[in-house]
Design a protein. Structure first.
Length: 193
């Protein structure tokens, strides 16, 4: 029975790892160029479209994080509701591809430092969103740009900056949390039997 418990635990973690962490096929230069053509046809600003194209063309096959700095339109309560409605749809799509928020935070004070930037760039919130791969981001963007839920985001935000970050690190995270949860359940099952 012990062997069955631990083999089942290992199988569950392997299935989780295949969904959450497995490397995906890298984006080819042609796919990156195809995205640039699509983005240009959608009216995405040329500099932004080219930046995404270059990010996709340098795909390393690993996960990445999108850092978002956000200022909401006033009234903030109404904008917060619109942003929450956007996030419900977007994060639902993202979770199916093993993406999720890594960190979110609301501003709790005035700017502490500004070096060579606008003094009034007072961001209200930040979010770091994990993508399993750049390919997942490439697949999600066409379903987002120009959609009804994307319009909710545009209606909610007064300003935003988003930039990708790769080779990122966070202590713990889902890989460790799921491993520990499965280990705990296997230990409990062994004790009960």
């Amino acid at each position: 029975m012990t062997l069955t418990i631990w083999a089942t635990a290992a199988l569950f973690y392997a299935l989780f790892w295949l969904w959450y962490a497995r490397p995906r096929r890298k984006i080819t230069p042609q796919e990156a160029d195809d995205f640039l053509a699509w983005a240009s046809a959608q009216g995405v600003e040329p500099e932004r479209a080219q930046g995404l194209r270059d990010f996709f063309a340098k795909d390393d096959g690993r996960d990445c994080v999108m850092i978002n700095l956000i200022t909401l339109k006033k009234p903030v309560r109404e904008s917060s509701a619109k942003l929450a409605a956007y996030q419900k749809v977007f994060l639902g799509q993202l979770l199916r591809k093993a993406g999720h928020p890594v960190m979110t935070a609301l501003r709790s004070g005035t700017n502490v430092e500004h070096i060579n930037c606008e003094h009034n760039s007072d961001w209200a919130a930040m979010a770091a969103i994990r993508y399993r791969s750049r390919r997942d981001l490439l697949e999600i963007l066409p379903a987002t740009f120009g959609s009804d839920h994307h319009q909710l985001k545009l209606d909610a935000m007064a300003s935003t900056i988003a930039f990708p970050a790769s080779k990122w690190f966070i202590a713990g995270g889902p890989k460790l949390a799921v491993a520990l949860a499965i280990l705990l359940l296997a230990c409990a099952a062994e004790l009960l039997i």
